[in-house]
Write a protein that binds this ligand. Sequence first.
Ligand SMILES: *Cc1c(COP(=O)(O)O)cnc(C)c1O
Length: 375
Amino acid sequence: MVRIPFTRPTLSALEQRYVVEALESGRLSGDGPFTARCRERLEAVFGVPRALLTHSCTAALEMAAILCRVGPGDEVIMPSFTFVSTANAFVLRGATPVFVDIRPDTLNLDARAVAEAITERTRAIVAVHYAGVACEMDELIALAERHGLVLVEDAAQAYGSTYRGRKLGAIGSFGALSFHETKNVISGEGGALLVREEKDVVPAEIIREKGTNRSAFYRGQVDKYTWVDVGSSYLPGELVAACLLAQLERAEDLNKARLVLWDRYHTAFEEGERDGRFRRPIVPDHCCHNGHLYYLLLPSLERRQRLIEGLARQGITAPFHYVPLHSAPAGRRFARHVGDMAVTERTSDTLIRLPLHSGLGDVVEEVIEAVLTLA
Ligand SMILES: *Cc1c(COP(=O)(O)O)cnc(C)c1O
């Protein structure tokens, strides 16, 4: 029986109040008053000209892929150590994901591996900020500029994190956020696309609104709305936006609570790392993270599995991930990889994620004790 789940949403009376308000307003479809308030808040927090709510981060990544104007024959470089949506969004456009290895410290894209994978077919790089810790953005920006590539950020795990003081998600041309129940700030399912350049704002609005210029119509910029480009329906309804607005207003507190718990784990495991029982996460000095995820790297697959099973026997859910995308059936069919994937494969074999959510509280001590006994 699960006694201590891996994650659980932290909800308050505010989410309830806003959702009831939305219900009572009678306006439930997308782009109503709650969506507008979320948008304004995200635009202010991230300093971008447009933040478009979507029904998931997957949807935001699909929009980014359409905005990159990639198609068959084009290549997009990304880590293999990521969630499937990072790759699927581009496969849906007919483009080929090109997987490269990650760095052993932050488990993020290795810029040297990215440089080696660039060909004349490369169109974009997707930076995934694993565990809410930033990729080495200066190196990736330099590569993107030198080769004329679009830089997309998969910031699904990174709400509130920074790189050299800059907010993750607002550094590349496009940033995809997730508000899925497992993330720091949630609305059940939900996401947003951050658009950093003015020139992309109207095209992004059109793609999100079924390929129509409805957004410009509502602003009074055109006198009728019509089908003008490819697109789909990527906007969430108002109930989702109402829940999200409450979470966005509470975001700093939610992240702070996670960071306190993250620090408790980190301090408690210092000695275990010195003894070689596991390795703790590494956060570079120029990166501020959001406490999204606490993981440990065990010395071997067998020891990692033994720890997962031991914790499960005590009712503690501690999952691993990811199955590297380059070795997955669809990854082999739709993508290719360049170079040695040794760090990706070793990480996938040895990483364990510990329960962490802003409401975990002193239960963290139980998990610490169990890990120190079993690892
Ligand atoms: C969670 C996650 C996604 C997908 O987010 P959804 O909102 O569930 O679509 C994409 N990429 C990464 C790295 C994630 O962690």
